[in-house]
Ligand binder design. Sequence first.
Ligand SMILES: *Cc1c(COP(=O)(O)O)cnc(C)c1O
Length: 388
Amino acid sequence: MVSNNYIPYGTQWIDDEDIKSVVSVLKSDWLTTGPKVAEFEKKFARYVNAKYAVAVSSGTAALHTASFAAGISKDDEAITTPMTFAASSNCVLYQNGIPVFADIDKKTYNIDPKEIEKKITNKTKVIIPVDYTGQPCDIDVINEIAEKNNLIVLEDASHSIGSKYKGKKIGGLSDLSIFSFHPVKHITTGEGGMITTNSKDMYGKLLLFRNHGIYKNSENLISSDEGDWFYEQQVLGYNYRLTDIQCVLGLSQLKKVDSFIKRRNEIVKKYNNAFEKVDEIITPSQLDYVESSWHLYVIQLDLDELKVNRKIIFDEFRKNNLGVQVHYIPVYFHPYYKQIGYKRGLCPNAEWLYKRIISLPLYPKMTDEDAEYVIDTVKKVIKKHSKR
Ligand SMILES: *Cc1c(COP(=O)(O)O)cnc(C)c1O
């Protein structure tokens, strides 16, 4: 049986209520820098239990802005995982810093705190852990390492809105947390991102960097206020603002985030039940003190049990209309990173994992029939290539 419907690995869910909200802003006086920005920030901060939130134009802009606030500058080192999207380490390069890759834990696929400690030097300034697939990194342990070494923790929470660590929501547990609203993520604004923090000082830096490095209010001016028109650019910032059109969509999506996460969990349960019985597949392993919001469902192939490699299996999934993906190619494998001096072999666990993983379709709009089709197809293809 071949499904006529291509099932992507992830996609947005936009309903009439979302569309109505966007139209209302299009008819209003404010398309950008208006009231919906502050409202989205306030509601988002409340949702993740952080004091402050700053909306920006993408998750990548959020990483860049947070890297500025964390104080990364020329030749500062920031430790991150290679098992992520390139943006998590590109942000360090934007600030002329040096990304340092620490290997992952082979069970959780998240950055291994012991590996972080090994990579700390007197140039280290920041740790950038990523909550891979939605499973929170071991943030208490990472915060402790940071405190001991006087480092800032910038958590890439692009996958983990709504995830919990020891009962607490991700977003208020590190110095800075960043989120993405790209359509494949839990909620979307088209493009968009958010940075959350509990520090007033960080909050000020985030606002400054988002808006060209410009101050308008007189208490922050260096020279004397020349009048109502006056402003000063004090650092080199960017225009990373998110429009009101996007923020109102974000507000509308945020109302549904818990139901989206609930649906993701239902599908994950179906997958786990089906694939735990398949010897050639290793299902995602979760720490018992975390709750993932499940951005991705990543299966690991047991290559010792299979006659073929990952590519053959992957291609056959695709041929059967499963929009599978691989998350991720270790960041330093990319030609750009090679060109600036990174070599293969740096993080053996991440490289080992990369050869074995496939992300299966997972998004809230998936029907039970879609999920059953994914399960049947995966089982059929695996059985065909099994050594058993
Ligand atoms: C999606 C993603 C980003 C980048 O977000 P954009 O909104 O696409 O710029 C960064 N890090 C991780 C881990 C991501 O998954």
